[in-house]
Design a protein around this ligand. Sequence first.
Ligand SMILES: Nc1ncnc2c1ncn2[C@@H]1O[C@H](COP(=O)(O)OP(=O)(O)OP(=O)(O)O)[C@@H](O)[C@H]1O
Length: 376
Amino acid sequence: MAEIRYLVRQVAPSNASVLVTGPSGSGKEMVARAVHAESARVTGNYVAVNTGAIPRELLESELFGHEKGSFTGAVSQKSGRFEEAHGGTLFLDEIGDMPFEMQVKLLRVLEERSVQRVGGRGEITVDTRIVSATHRDIEQSIADGRFREDLFYRLAVFPIDLPSLAERREDVPLLVRHFLAQSGNAVRFDGAAIDRLVAHPWPGNVRELRNVVERGAILFAGQTIGAEQTETILSRRVKGFVRNAAPCAPGVAEGPASCAVTPIRPISVPRASELPFPFPGAEADEAAVGHAPTPNPSPLTEPVAIAQPDLIRVLDAAFGDTPVDLRQLVCDLEARYISEALRQSEGVVADAARLLSLQRTTLIEKMRKHGLAKAA
Ligand SMILES: Nc1ncnc2c1ncn2[C@@H]1O[C@H](COP(=O)(O)OP(=O)(O)OP(=O)(O)O)[C@@H](O)[C@H]1O
């Protein structure tokens, strides 16, 4: 990772197009964000487009915009992603999946440094830095005639190839510590647990490691995780899960009258503004990692700051061969999410309600139920 970080720092200040390659979950988008964050363009927009996920008939208008009435459904004029990223960075994800005919149009825009909206006549000058990424072997795609070689050379002025996590196992302890810090839970992985994590094959790369650490931080909050618990987290079975919250009062259909969860700790997800590489200069060979909960002063800058998949992952993990108290689990999660939403919205209940997709009055009711104050 230190090498990648070095490359990012070298290329960021220039305007060179960067092509990031590597397997899924290895951190390609993180690198793109870092290139933007460390460049002078940081005051401009960072705009990400998954070119492989947008239907081909919409991609041109998505990238270059359209004029009103230029096609059925073009009810108003719309600027494209290139224009939005003017003065900033445009991240073209899954570029290897871009339809061939769009590749010609993209190449023209990169050559001319101007776009023409669909149905438009005039050229709009754009000053946009391109970072693109693909998990595909793009040189093979060129050989197969599926990717234009001239576009490849335009995009890959500065190529960065990310290794799989299995090829850089020495990064695992640092990443574990980084994700633990993000979870905000006072959890520690002991030396044996770290050894187990280092030995894991990580087919889902850093994304999988992040999920495993988050799952451990939620299930074993306040504890030291050993090899056995690590096995549990990796296998998604809830063996040895020791509940440390006060029990909810049973038998209330909508939930308990009160549900004291002590301590309530924040669940957080990476934010756009965070730089990707954890702990520069930290000791890579450190065996055991852990931390005390630290406040994470993140303003309400991104509308969906609480990852719903967290909840899904916890519920997934709950279906092991040991009985769990589902009512308690749901109650704890509700309290934690409310607490985190209040923290991120700095106690503004209306903002917290929006983060949780709840009515304000419903949230107030739930806060009462959990005994949570605004300044949680
Ligand atoms: N060096 C790193 N430091 C901290 N977090 C990282 C690092 N690398 C990856 N991650 C995290 O791993 C997850 C996956 O990273 P990212 O989305 O950048 O991968 P990707 O290669 O773009 O995946 P895909 O090809 O599936 O889109 C993200 O949550 C990101 O925060």
